[in-house]
Design a protein around this ligand. Sequence first.
Ligand SMILES: Nc1ncnc2c1ncn2[C@@H]1O[C@H](COP(=O)(O)OP(=O)(O)OP(=O)(O)O)[C@@H](O)[C@H]1O
Length: 263
Amino acid sequence: MDHTDDHLALEARALGVTFGSKTVLRGVDLAVRPGEQLALVGPSGSGKTTLLRALGGALHPTVGSVAIDGRDPASLDQRQLRAVRRSIGFVHQHLGLVPLLRVNHNVALGRLGERSLVGGLRSVFAPSRSEVHEIHRLLERVGIEEKLFERTDTLSGGQQQRVAIARALHQRPRILLADEPVASVDPARARAVIDLLTELAREEGLTLVVSIHSLELARASFDRLVGLRAGEVVFDRPTAAVDTRDFERLYQLDDTELLSDGA
Ligand SMILES: Nc1ncnc2c1ncn2[C@@H]1O[C@H](COP(=O)(O)OP(=O)(O)OP(=O)(O)O)[C@@H](O)[C@H]1O
């Protein structure tokens, strides 16, 4: 593995995360090159969300370290940390949209973090023409431009997913992290949303890490799969080299795990 920081968008080194007495991640090593796309797969509770949060600098590792574009968030001051976080777009599992706001306002919120509170709110509720144009263009790219002025809670689950993607892109990130972005849509729409994410990331040259429940979908849409089980990486391979035994290993429960689970 290439450990030259300059060449990595994201890196975890011997990463461990513990909540109270519960170890959620242990010994995780991961290296992601700029522009690379990969899927994190694993059973519920295996630590995918926690790993994404740590990689995005939203959670400090208990042991080990993370580097984002070669910089360890733990070594940065508040201003530097905000700049690093702005370079990362996050599509949350539960989307985090404001239901009563119009679609254009929710997308505009993507850039709130880069301005003062007053300036940010002005840009959301009284945006400049160029900002309106940019939001319209983003909604076109995610295929729901006709929803620009609709109230967000009137949109379908799949459409809201697209709003969340547009909001993350409006932030102009270099890295996009998506946590189960298709948890609430049916399989056909899930495929369309994942295809959209991978296509947009490719076009924009973004690094993309997506946690995904459906193995089928992960296999169909990503060239690299990282399997997590009980907080540990059990495989990290090109999709073509991941076989049925890897998947069995990922989903089997053994006595040790059952014993340690409640500990
Ligand atoms: N803040 C926290 N405090 C205590 N335990 C936590 C916290 N966050 C996560 N956990 C625990 O860590 C484990 C891993 O959670 P995580 O959400 O990372 O898994 P996941 O693979 O994303 O699961 P899912 O697919 O269900 O979203 C779970 O057992 C969860 O209960």
